[in-house]
Design a protein around this ligand. Structure first.
Ligand code: GDG
Length: 464
């Protein structure tokens, strides 16, 4: 059996299960990696210059090899091209995209430096699984250094149609790099279809079914939605609901319903629209004054990127505005925090919430939606209000699906959720729960690795 090598921008510290990391990727993969796996990527540290050799740590049979980033590389590769060009572009936010040629050069240079550092650790029959938009040119960089084994890529964030990708100056180079993989995976069939259209348009390649035919071979494109370890999250949530922490929260609510949102403080997550939606709920449905509180956890993220700094200022202002307008001396409608909360506590918060409010403007998948469903008590479940532009909406069709650009629609869905009968809540939750327990993290990993191994039995991707 070939060794699995995982390459991702950030590598979680060994055996840090349950640690307060607010990233979806680490959470999904950590339970899958097994003894013998090599996991390679950035350490998260910035030093003066990018070193040539990785640091190696072993934990639980897994070898973690990490490399620091030099300050200029960090600026061009991470802050620049990855998070100021690709992230906004692939979330359909052309107005926020910034492009500098030197950033793209830095992006290619870091991919090359990472490949150079990994090559001495590779065996010819390794299977390499590369993750996310930071590392699109990684297969090219490995092939240029002589690696001939299987290499697959999974994109955790959305993909865009040709008319959107066209705005990115190196669109063609990027598409040709994506087509240097053996397998390319996406969260949904919509993203997959957009990729095939872009491969045709910018790569100049023929597409046959769900395969791209290149000069060098064939790229197989798959839709492989990511999931969570649902039974384990449900257990943690049930246990956590009995702790002092959750008891203190329940006491502070004095019988009021809790609506909850939790994510990285990121403009893709639709926080200002959500705050506005909540304000509309209070303005249009005054019967809910004093009966509901929204707890918004917005873990600070990418604080070196100016758009994230601006978003934080905007949210501070909006939160103050809502509480100034609607608070009463003994009721504060919006509780807003920008610290991370430990994962077990988060699970308990989800469990006791009456509404899970998940309204990104665009999201590859959105694991919070799935975690909220898994955390509920099936006998008295909360209601999921979900953006139809989250990848998760393709599977979680029994949620109250909203267009997050319309604050009135968010307000109306919250009102519906608050007034929903127990019977309807149970019916919707049962259907959502089936979906979340079926498409798990383990299934996601198995489907990808089977496709990467080239096994015929990989089968069709789950319906979504
Ligand atoms: C990318 C894609 C895709 C959030 N706040 C806290 C916290 N979290 C945890 C959540 C969840 C994870 O972080 C976030 O995952 P998401 O999927 O919701 O979002 P991204 O971070 O944007 O992830 C996304 C994902 O990759 C996987 O493919 O679904 O579309 O954008 O697990 O619970 N965890 C803790 N404290 C917090 O305050 N401990």
């Amino acid at each position: 059996m070939a060794r699995l090598v995982i390459v991702s921008n950030r590598v979680p510290p060994p055996r840090a299960k349950g640690a307060a990391s607010a990233g979806g990727l680490a959470v999904a993969l950590q339970s899958f990696v097994s003894s013998g796996t090599l996991w390679f990527g950035w350490s998260g540290r910035v030093t003066e210059r990018t070193p040539g050799k990785p640091k190696i740590v072993n934990g639980g049979g897994v070898t973690y090899a990490t490399i620091d980033l030099g300050a200029e590389d960090y600026d061009r590769f991470y802050v620049g091209f990855a998070n100021s060009s690709l992230w906004p572009l692939l979330h359909f936010r052309l107005g926020l995209m910034r492009y500098r040629r030197e950033d793209f050069e830095g992006y290619l240079a870091v991919n090359a430096a990472f490949a150079e550092a990994l090559i001495p650790m590779l065996r010819p029959d390794d299977m390499i699984w590369v993750h996310d938009y930071h590392l699109i040119p990684f297969a090219d960089a490995l092939r240029a250094r002589g690696f001939t084994g299987r290499i697959g890529f999974f994109l955790h964030i959305p993909f865009v149609p040709p008319s959107v990708l066209d705005a990115l100056p190196p669109a063609r180079a990027l598409m040709r790099s994506l087509c240097a993989y053996d397998v390319v995976g996406f969260q949904t069939r919509t993203h997959l279809q957009d990729f095939l259209d872009c491969a045709r348009r910018f790569g100049g390649f023929a597409v046959e079914g769900e395969e791209v035919v290149t000069e060098g071979g064939r790229v197989r494109a798959i839709a492989d939605p990511i999931g969570i370890d649902a039974p384990s999250f449900a257990r943690v949530a049930a246990r956590s609901a009995g702790t002092d922490y959750i008891r203190r929260l329940t006491e502070s609510l004095t019988g009021r319903a809790l609506a909850i949102s939790a994510e990285r403080l990121d403009y893709s997550k639709g926080l200002p629209n959500r705050f506005e939606g909540f304000a509309r709920l209070l303005a249009r449905f005054p019967q809910h004054h004093r009966t509901v509180s929204l707890l918004q956890i917005a873990a600070r993220s990418r604080e070196d990127v100016v758009e994230y700094q601006a978003l934080r200022r905007e949210l501070d202002r909006l939160a103050g505005d809502i509480n100034g307008r609607f608070s009463q001396f003994d009721w504060v409608p919006l509780r807003y925090m920008t610290q991370t909360v430990a994962r077990t506590k988060l699970a308990g918060l989800f469990r006791i919430a009456r509404i899970g409010l998940v309204t990104p403007l665009r999201d590859g998948m959105n694991l919070v939606a799935k975690e909220f469903v898994a955390a509920q008590d099936p006998a008295d479940p909360g209601v999921l209000v979900l953006s139809r532009f989250a990848g998760a909406a393709e599977e979680l069709t029994e949620a109250l699906l909203v267009n997050p650009y319309d604050p009135d629609e968010i307000a109306e869905a919250m009102n519906t959720a608050l007034e929903m009968s127990l019977e309807e809540r149970q019916e919707r939750h049962a259907a959502l729960r089936r979906a979340v327990f079926e498409v798990t993290a383990a299934r996601y990993c198995n489907v990808f690795v089977e496709a990467l191994a080239g096994e015929a039995g990989a089968g069709p991707p789950p319906a979504n």
